[in-house]
Ligand binder design. Structure first.
Ligand SMILES: Nc1nc2c(ncn2[C@@H]2O[C@H](COP(=O)(O)OP(=O)(O)OP(=O)(O)O)[C@@H](O)[C@H]2O)c(=O)[nH]1
Ligand SMILES: [Mg+2]
Length: 360
């Protein structure tokens, strides 16, 4: 049997430094890439653009195993696996919510569960259970970690003498969850999508539990942004929302990544949930085109994927219900309420936007 890296699952090899799995010594347990990610936050070989997602799903489909589907609640829309039930027909799937601690403490687990249930229903996705996990980074190993106890209960209930396989989008928190579940610090974890590179089996008593590489979402900003900017755009702790009261037509610019135009706006509120490294700038709508022509890529609009805002895609929506989220996949969301006739969103052509009923 080939020797695998305990951190990322790559097959270890000792010849080529530029290929995943390279280790300098034959008795190494971890590859050099995992070592450098853990100690220097240096990915060496970036797999941000993806690992073959269809191949991962078909391998999982062939396993006789309980599936734990890990979903980052903060980036819920980009964490949906399109056609999951078709790929994983007849599989028992438990949805495990991670990164709940990024949302305000005031939005309780009950409300989050209701949100997840209704979104799954709207998308036609069925799962046999939902577990909400909190604070996996800080309090993972505490004996009283409520979420770990709930997860253990769900595994006991649904496993049925089978193995367990953990799947989900890149960066969802799969390896972090497994380290907490197994009370080990074995698996390599980082905020670079594509950290785990292959299936990684671990023994738990009489069964195996598998970590897997993250599936790539091509419509998420995390896949397209320069690796060096990830720290600025991925939130690490509870979001401090930024609130704007609006009483006329206005434009909100999220650095140079997203522009939200609020047209025919009388009285409205917009609460922004993004990483603190991303600055939001408010301007009059009538000045927005000039601002974006003159300053995209500089100053307040410094972080961008585009050199001309006219290359960006334009999406529009009326208000959905009383309170609506404008979700920018891989980045965060604006929550708008009030009297707004039309909302226009400009974003890079590769990135998806979802308009949905508010999560909070
Ligand atoms: N705030 C918060 N951050 C989390 C949580 N779980 C994971 N993270 C962070 O999310 C990032 C990704 O975690 P990983 O466990 O490497 O994610 P993964 O799904 O294994 O990623 P890939 O291997 O790339 O598919 C890391 O920076 C973690 O510290 C959580 O519950 N809360
Ligand atoms: Mg991983």
């Amino acid at each position: 049997m080939s020797n695998r890296c305990k951190g990322c699952g790559a097959t270890l090899q000792y010849e080529d430094k530029k290929v995943v799995g390279y280790a300098p010594k034959e008795d190494a347990m971890y590859c050099q890439r995992c070592f450098r990610i853990t100690h220097y936050d240096d990915v060496m070989i970036s797999l941000q653009q993806g690992i073959d997602s269809d191949a991962i799903l078909s391998k999982v489909a062939d396993m006789d195993a309980l599936v734990l589907w890990v979903v980052d609640i903060f980036d819920f829309e980009a964490n949906i696996i399109k056609g999951m039930n078709r790929h994983l027909m007849n599989k028992d799937i438990v949805l495990v919510v991670t990164k709940r601690d990024l949302l305000p403490r005031t939005s309780g687990n009950e409300k989050i569960a209701q949100f997840v249930i209704s979104r799954l229903k709207e998308r036609g996705i069925t799962v046999c259970g939902i577990v909400i996990c909190a604070d996996l980074v800080k309090h993972a190993h505490s004996e009283t970690n409520y979420s770990m106890n709930e997860l253990k209960k769900a595994v006991r209930l649904y496993r049925d003498d089978r193995d367990v396989v953990v799947i989900g989008m890149a960066n969802a928190g799969k390896s972090t969850l497994l380290n907490a579940f197994l009370k080990r610090e074995q698996l390599t974890v980082s905020n670079h999508p594509g950290t785990t590179v292959d299936f990684n089996a671990m023994n738990v008593g009489d069964y195996k539990i598998y970590d897997t590489p993250g599936l790539t979402r091509y419509d998420s900003l995390l896949t397209h942004i320069d690796d060096k900017l990830l720290k600025q755009i991925i939130p690490m702790k509870e979001i401090n929302p930024v609130k704007f009261q609006l009483n006329k037509d206005q434009c909100l610019s999220l650095s140079g990544l997203v522009r939200v135009d609020l047209q025919n706006c009388k009285r409205a509120t917009c609460v922004c949930y993004f990483a603190p490294g991303l600055k939001i700038h408010r301007s009059k709508l009538e000045n927005a085109d000039k601002l974006w022509t003159d300053h995209l890529g500089q100053d307040l609009l410094a972080i961008t994927l585009d050199s001309d805002y006219k290359d960006m895609r334009v999406l529009q929506s009326k208000m959905i219900g009383q309170k609506m989220d404008i979700v920018i996949h891989g980045l965060g969301f604006f929550c708008v309420s009030g009297d707004i006739e039309n909302i226009r969103v400009l974003v890079n052509k590769e990135i998806d936007v979802t308009f949905r009923g508010a999560i909070i």
